[in-house]
Design a protein around this ligand. Structure first.
Ligand code: GUN
Length: 292
């Protein structure tokens, strides 16, 4: 069998970022506010990566770091300041928030026109009705990866199994795939007969955070596999970052597969930057009041 196509998110995201940088050079500098509450180590790494990516394409990052003891009222007031600041084009609140803060309430307080993550119910609703394909960054990044092989592999009429039903990845990705007329099953890591279900899939997208959940006996020959998982595991050589797929044993079965790292991860950041441009285009240059 031919070698699988390796869906390299590091290379594709660089291409996408260069394209965006060129486009953005025609506009006033856009500003993205990133709010991080607390000292979660992984969140700090993600936010730093987003700030660096902004700088690489000419977006002005406005990082805001708040202590882990920030009250909900204080956080909501900070968001309101940014909502009303004409110099701010996008607002991102890094998740997860400390437990004493109500994420739903916080995300709902962001002006939907500045909701670069597309986590606000207004934007998620538009995605669900199909009025808009503006979507959370990981979902958009996945679509960019699939689009990169569109000459060899098309989504239309395909059976897709999405494992993981989160609001950040599983649900919005399913909504974008529905817009492409794919047939979607959304499963959970504990779904009965997960193996049999996955074996019916032309495309498996997995985002649950469990190393080696998807093994080679669960993957149909010639399937496409997208691995959103990011798990740190202990090996004899130290800690290692792996996805939710047993990559080494699954890869040769597939038509195309994402590695971890350097697969979906870098695409998420690139798609976030594209989301900021999307909001600017729709709410400023097109003077639209909706996302059509
Ligand atoms: N936490 C994990 N993924 C994300 C994301 O895409 N956006 C935000 N804001 N927080 C996250």
């Amino acid at each position: 069998m031919n070698h699988p196509i390796l869906l390299n998110g590091s290379i594709l995201s660089q291409q996408k970022n260069e394209e965006l940088k060129k486009i953005l050079s025609n506009y006033p500098t856009l500003s993205l506010a990133t709010i991080l509450v607390g000292d979660d180590k992984a969140s700090h790494i993600y936010v730093q990566a987003k700030i660096k990516a902004c700088q690489s394409v000419g977006i002005n990052p406005v990082p805001i770091f708040l202590s882990k003891d920030t009250t909900e009222q204080e956080l909501l007031e900070q968001i309101e300041l940014l909502n009303n600041d004409p110099a701010i084009d996008g607002i991102l609140v890094q998740l997860p928030l400390p437990k004493h803060l109500d994420s739903y309430k916080v995300l709902e307080s962001i002006n939907p026109k500045k909701d670069v993550d597309c986590f606000h119910p207004f934007n998620m609703g538009n995605l669900s009705t199909g009025i808009s394909n503006f979507a959370p960054a990981t979902s958009t990044g996945i679509m960019m990866l699939l689009d990169s092989i569109k000459d060899q592999w098309s989504l239309e009429s395909k059976n897709v199994v999405v494992v993981g039903a989160s609001n950040i990845v599983g649900k919005p990705t399913a909504m974008l795939l529905l817009q492409k007329e794919a047939t979607i099953t959304i499963a959970h890591k504990k779904t009965k007969n997960l193996k049999e279900l996955c074996l019916t899939a032309d495309l498996i997208i997995v985002a649950v955070g469990k190393a080696n959940l998807i093994t080679k006996d669960m993957v149909k020959k010639g399937a496409v596999v997208i691995d959103v998982g990011m798990n740190r595991i202990q090996t004899e050589q130290g800690t290692k970052l792996v996805g939710d797929v047993d990559f080494e044993n699954v890869k040769d079965l597939t038509f195309a597969i994402t590695p971890v790292p350097k697969g979906v991860g870098p695409m998420t950041i690139s798609a976030l930057l594209h989301n900021l441009y999307f909001l600017y285009q729709h709410y400023h240059t097109k003077n639209n009041n909706d996302l059509r």
